[in-house]
Design a protein. Sequence first.
Length: 211
Amino acid sequence: MKWQVAALSGQTVHLVGPDGGGEAVLAGYLFADPGFSVVGAEVPQAAPQWGLFETAPAAAREKALAWQRHVREVECGLADGPGSGGVVREQYDPARHTLAEREQAKAEELTALGFGRVSRTTVQRMRLAYRKQGLWGLLDHRTTRASSPTGRSDERVVAAVREALRRRRGRSKGTINGLFPLINQILKDRHGTRAVPGHAVPSRHLPRPPR
């Protein structure tokens, strides 16, 4: 089965399956799995995006994660994705309501919860963005858009992430903490020690996963 890497949060890798459902696994377990590999001739375009997800402001990441649960509930009836267990709420039951009806119900619920005036079209747009780009598609990109080469989504950092992933492709073992020093070394080799602002460079020191 093929999974798309949607986001990186600390040492947790968020994956999206072919049915739109998601899983979250520790990077160490993922890389150590003998069945793990990066498929395709090119590094997936979404790969730099999950590397940059954690550089978005905390509030933007939290809202994207909240949207993820709402989108999953619209699509399959369960906020944690297919097969996660729990009780399907009547208004999101795929056996009783069409997708358009479930989107409308979610728009009304989010408006009542204080998300602003949310329309069915907005819910549909977010759902499709999640299918295409995972958590990166759910971010408010006004918080990630750069107005200069030194901004949050510095293209030099994106290129370095791609190169690091290319070098690590096919390796079954490793850790996320081992990936970021490689990114930083690539940036240093290509652009010098202080050419890329510190806030745009992935951190070497990641928080421990919750117990």
